[in-house]
Design a protein around this ligand. Structure first.
Ligand code: COA
Length: 344
């Protein structure tokens, strides 16, 4: 879906239409850091191969007694603290790695974070999940169903990645991020200005975790056709990001920050290069966390803000690609906010 028709479009002229504004940002990462050297002890790989092919030096792994929902709760609570709010009207949670098939995790997160009986549900769009959840939350606000929504993305890839598979074990990590969205004006910094979402189920097998019917026996692991995914990720994110840049009436050279799904430093560089944005706009924040799936964009946003690489009022494009296949982008001007980050 090309969703700009439902999102307000910003063209540098006075405009008092309702906007959906980013008001808080929180993350939670597991404390345990697994370095490339540790993986190279048991896999046929090397620190040098992983760094040069992916840009990743380490990834986090959730403690055995810590769940995806635990990470989600901490990130959600941190986003509320960052927004200086104790309540929201709805919660949307994106994950590829639910602790259980049923029920969804979002109601439990809402309950544990003290949000009461608000509507809460999960979305499943793999590494595009955060942007799909953000678009869904924006829809709830535009429809008048909610004035504020907590969007949370959390992953425990370490529970579905085969530790013996060097092509996935070196890439994926655990973590969670969340943002508070609230009703506001399209003129405010932080307003979401344009969306683009898409999917292509013809390539569903490129990123895959079989179900019981597909694989009745044996341990089921997550698999990825690395090279094909690499090429599709560049192609889809570039096209999607260009659509939102155009919808905003921006030109690529005026974009201050592109926060692409943090899958691989080479993918991030190639997308920025094809978009024609300034090289310093391509924010690469994956060195110490790897690919945290749906959580990668909010985790990267928090790192970039705290590192001074993402500044208020920067024209910002978020773009993601994941299994499904799915992809999506959103454009906004970055707001002034202080992320709240914790580790468990
Ligand atoms: N260490 C050493 N060699 C490895 C390796 C590792 N960790 N992982 C794969 N290789 C090998 C492959 O087996 C292959 O060997 P072969 O040529 O003998 O068959 C060789 O490296 C090249 O593999 P290829 O997949 O073509 O490499 P690449 O440059 O594309 O890098 C990825 C591999 C996985 C890093 C890369 O494809 C990638 O990042 N893909 C996208 C991953 C991603 O972002 N997924 C999430 C998107 S939602």
């Amino acid at each position: 879906m090309h969703a700009s028709e439902f999102a307000p479009v910003f063209r540098d002229e006075p405009d008092d239409r309702t906007g959906v504004v980013v008001a808080g940002l929180g993350t939670c990462l597991p404390r345990a850091e697994i370095s490339n050297a540790v993986l190279a002890e048991r896999l046929d790989t090397s620190d040098e191969w992983i760094r040069t092919r992916t840009g990743i030096a380490a990834r986090r792994r959730a403690a055995p007694d810590s769940s995806m929902t635990d990470l989600a709760c901490a990130a959600a609570a941190n986003a509320l603290r960052s927004a200086d709010r104790g309540a929201v009207d709805a919660l949307v949670l994106a994950t590829t790695t639910p602790d259980r098939p049923c029920p969804a995790a979002a109601p439990e997160v809402a309950h544990r974070v003290g949000l009461g009986t608000i509507p809460a549900f999960d979305v499943s769009a793999v590494c595009s999940g955060f942007l799909y959840a953000t678009a869904t939350a924006a829809g709830l606000i535009h429809a008048g169903i909610a004035d504020s929504v907590l969007v949370t993305a959390a992953e425990t890839y370490s529970r579905i990645v085969d530790p013996a598979d060097r092509s996935t074990a070196v890439i994926f990590g655990d973590g969670a991020g969340a943002v508070v969205l609230r009703r506001g004006s399209v003129r405010e910094a932080g307003a979401l200005l344009a969306f683009d979402l898409g999917s292509d189920g013809a390539d569903k097998d490129l990123i895959h975790l079989p179900g019981e019917r597909e694989q009745p026996a044996g341990r089921r692991w997550f698999t990825m056709a690395g090279r094909k995914v690499y090429l599709q990720a560049i192609e889809r994110m570039t096209h999607s990001a260009l659509r939102v840049i155009n919808d905003c009436g921006w030109t690529p050279e005026t974009v201050g920050a592109v926060v692409a799904h943090q899958a691989n430093a080479r993918i991030i560089g190639a997308v920025a290069d094809r978009l024609g944005v300034p090289p310093e706009a391509a924010l690469c924040e994956l060195a110490r966390v790897g690919n945290t799936g749906a959580a990668s964009i909010p985790v990267a946003l928090a790192d970039a803000v705290d590192g001074g690489r993402l500044r208020p009022d920067a024209r910002t494009v978020l773009t993601a690609f994941g299994g499904g296949l799915t992809w999506g982008s959103v454009a906004l001007t970055w707001p002034r906010l202080a992320p709240v980050r914790t580790e468990i």
